[in-house]
Design a binder for this molecule. Structure first.
Ligand code: 5GP
Ligand code: MG
Ligand code: MG
Length: 175
């Protein structure tokens, strides 16, 4: 079994998500909002956040994977827009678990522009500010975290740990 050091508790995350939901409720009131969750890491955040946004909105999902396997290094980024709903003329809010280098959200935004939405903005739970490699910054984020590989609340290591209710760092192997 692996030992996991807690970085953000369930309560801290719930508070931050509620606060973000309030801000987004104001920002999108009277607008035609489509939330687009980035699979797979955003699923926990998306389902919590959408219930805190008190304006009518549509939900869609896009898939992005940068192959990691058992490493924590990103590989080639693949984007799948097969399940993209109609976003022409709509306000799109891209929601992802973490903004690391920023390549994922920047590349997805570029591709979404071709579908002529009214505006694209983004919201993430975590931002590793020191790692940003693109011009884009997230429009909303809950926590700025250090450059450590984190798991939980949707984030995985080798496909596992997404179910942890908190965000943590995998420490040492304990037998
Ligand atoms: P970016 O394209 O911004 O470099 O990376 C974004 C994607 O890489 C995230 O959606 C997430 O899937 C993955 N990622 C980046 N940092 C971490 C991390 O610390 N832990 C986990 N589990 N995934 C990460
Ligand atoms: Mg991801
Ligand atoms: Mg992953």
């Amino acid at each position: 079994m692996k030992n996991i050091r807690c970085l953000l508790t369930e309560e801290e995350i719930a508070e931050a998500v509620a606060r973000l939901g309030k801000q987004l409720t104001q920002e999108y009131s009277g607008r035609e909002l489509t939330i687009l969750g980035v699979l797979t890491g955003s699923i926990v955040l998306v389902t919590d956040l959408m219930r805190r946004i008190e304006v009518p909105h549509q939900l869609g999902l896009v898939q992005a994977s940068s192959y990691r396997g058992k490493t924590t290094e990103a590989g080639e980024l693949r984007i799948n827009l097969d399940f993209l709903p109609e976003i022409r003329g709509r306000d799109v809010l891209l929601v992802d678990d973490i903004f690391d280098t920023g390549q994922t959200l920047s590349r997805i935004s570029e591709q979404l522009e071709l579908f002529e939405p009214k505006r694209i903005r983004s919201a993430v739970l975590l931002w590793k500010k020191s790692r940003t490699q693109v011009d884009l910054v997230p429009d909303h984020y809950c926590f700025d975290i250090p450059d450590e590989f984190v798991v939980g609340y949707g984030l995985d290591y080798n496909g596992e740990y997404r179910n942890l209710p908190y965000i943590g760092v995998i420490e040492n192997q304990v037998s």
